[in-house]
Design a protein around this ligand. Structure first.
Ligand SMILES: Nc1ncnc2c1ncn2[C@@H]1O[C@H](COP(=O)(O)OP(=O)(O)OP(=O)(O)O)[C@@H](O)[C@H]1O
Ligand SMILES: [Mg+2]
Ligand SMILES: [Zn+2]
Length: 500
């Protein structure tokens, strides 16, 4: 029987479903056809595989060859199926023992010379194969990312010939090795909070959002340190857990195979420019690829100059801000990527930037200011628990020596506060639903009165009311207490003043 089956994996979001490459040789006119929903790059596999086999001085069967990629309803693209298809053809032709292929999965694009080229999305495939207790053979260029999966049995190969020699038991392939500098990069520090002079309120706000994973909006004139502060958030967040780090690495693996992932244990800090398109921000494309929000998974997405972003681009952030995921639909295809990021946005208070600055430089009309602020939609603002005005630091203070706490000191408090949240609710406070808020944020009568008054006086919406509770909960967690105090509620109310 001239039939062979070789296993591989497709890519679907950051999932990697199993694909069987079935190869059948039969009589009839010599030729090769590939069926099973292949995209263009997979159809071209036919030519690459033939050249690779011939250039490796092996027999290419002069028969009718049918390659079926099953299941057929799963879209398949890229050159990743070249290697399994080539091995299937060789096995169906009797060149490779079929038993050697049984417990192993293969991914790799072939050059015409028979060399193996790295492909995108190998990490998700290795993760899933390993979970099912299967071995894998991948191109050398993907070895470092494959090695991130602790208990995986992954071999790396430089060419089709090397794979054949391995399968025949002549020359075993080497195991995938992590890139050597991993340790150095994992420790490479984020900029430190000690560099920030003054700004006690902003430092406090940064600590709160770090502890409760809240979203943050910084409002202030140019040069007050908004960008500086935002870039210091990842440095005070709790260290990334291995599981979280692997999820992020999987996203990066899907985006591009040139990423060496040396810094895979660091929290992400992504700062797309305000000219970024919706696709760049949330992902998309005919073959769906993740965008900035997924590259910021478990990390920080920083949107500087928020009002300059296209309104439509900001609108698409609403779904992931609610769900921590983004579903991308293109024609018949759908893909889902994780996007549990923390948003930090910065903006000037008015079009000229200097409203409220003591120098009296601002001559913007109230209408111009309202229009400027109105560019940011209410639903987006609803998802931002803390809005903070950042005034200018007096010049003399900028020249003083640094006296503030270091990131390490703040981070220790953040970690403790986050642990309380996880122990109580299993998630950071920013992700508490209304019912959980009622359960975990009981107010005494003094706090309740205070909050009721604020609702009336400031015209707080129901959503703002819940934002106050969420932030107050984090303040209590930072203070190490289960009960909320009127003081904490009062501070949380301060962070809701943003008039559009
Ligand atoms: N509080 C501060 N402590 C120390 N340096 C500061 C502080 N505020 C501003 N600076 C200095 O001013 C520079 C500009 O700050 P930054 O770019 O963060 O301002 P910004 O608020 O983002 O301004 P813009 O609105 O123009 O984007 C920083 O590189 C830093 O050197
Ligand atoms: Mg800035
Ligand atoms: Zn102005």
């Amino acid at each position: 029987m001239s039939l062979a089956v070789v296993y591989s994996r497709a890519q679907d979001g950051i999932a990697a479903p199993l694909v069987a490459c079935e190869v059948h040789l039969s009589g009839g006119l010599p030729g090769t056809s590939i069926v099973g929903l292949p995209e263009t790059a997979v159809k071209e596999a036919r030519d690459r595989v033939r050249a690779a086999i011939l250039n490796a001085q092996m027999d290419y069967p002069r028969r009718k060859i049918t390659v079926n990629l099953a299941p057929a309803d799963l879209p398949k693209d890229g050159g990743r199926f070249d290697l399994p298809i080539a091995l299937g053809i060789l096995a169906a032709n009797g060149g490779i023992a079929r038993e050697a292929l049984r417990d192993c999965e293969f991914i790799g694009e072939l050059a015409l010379s028979g060399e193996l080229r790295a492909v995108r999305g190998v990490l998700p495939a290795v993760l899933q194969a390993t979970r099912r207790g299967r071995r894998m053979i991948v191109p050398k260029g993907n070895g470092a990312e494959a090695a991130l999966v602790g208990d995986a049995d992954v071999r790396v190969a430089g060419s089709l010939l090397e794979v054949c020699a391995h399968l025949a038991g002549r020359a075993p392939l080497a195991s995938a090795e992590p890139a050597r500098e991993t340790a150095v990069h994992a420790d490479a520090a984020f900029p430190d909070l000690t560099d920030v002079r003054g700004q006690p309120h902003a430092r406090r706000a940064l600590e709160i959002v770090a502890a409760g994973m809240h979203n943050l909006l910084l409002i202030g004139p140019p040069g007050t340190g908004k960008t500086m502060l935002a870039s210091r958030l990842p440095g005070i967040l709790p260290p990334l857990e291995e599981r979280e780090a692997l999820e992020l690495a999987a996203v990066r693996s899907v985006v591009g195979y040139d990423s060496d992932l040396l810094d895979w244990k660091r929290r992400a800090f992504r700062a797309p420019h305000h000219t970024a398109s919706a696709v760049a921000l949330v992902g998309g494309g005919s073959v769906p690829r993740p965008g900035e929000i997924s590259l910021a998974h478990h990390g920080v997405l920083f949107l500087d100059e928020l009002p300059e972003f296209d309104r439509h681009v900001l609108e698409v952030l609403r779904e992931p801000l609610e769900s921590g995921r983004i579903a991308i639909s293109r024609a018949a295809r759908q893909a889902e990527f994780p996007a549990r990021f923390q948003l930090v946005a910065a903006m000037n208070p008015c079009p000229c930037g200097y409203a409220g600055d003591p120098g009296g430089r601002c001559h913007c009309t109230p209408e111009a200011i309202a229009r400027y602020r109105g560019r940011i939609s209410g639903p987006l603002l609803d998802r931002i628990d803390i809005k903070l005005d950042m005034p200018r630091v007096p010049h003399a203070q900028l020249r003083e020596s640094a006296t503030g706490e270091s990131s390490a000191v703040v981070c220790a408090r953040v970690v403790a506060a986050r642990q309380r949240q996880i122990a109580r609710a299993g998630k950071p406070n920013a992700w508490l639903g209304n019912r959980e808020l009622e359960r975990d944020c009981a107010l005494d009568s003094a706090s309740q009165t205070l909050l009721d008054r604020a609702v009336e006086r400031l015209g707080l919406s129901a959503r703002a009311y819940h934002r106050v509770l969420r932030v107050a909960r984090t303040l209590a967690d930072l203070a190490g207490s289960e009960r909320l105090t009127a003081e904490q509620v009062s501070e949380a109310i301060q962070y809701q003043r943003f008039t559009s």
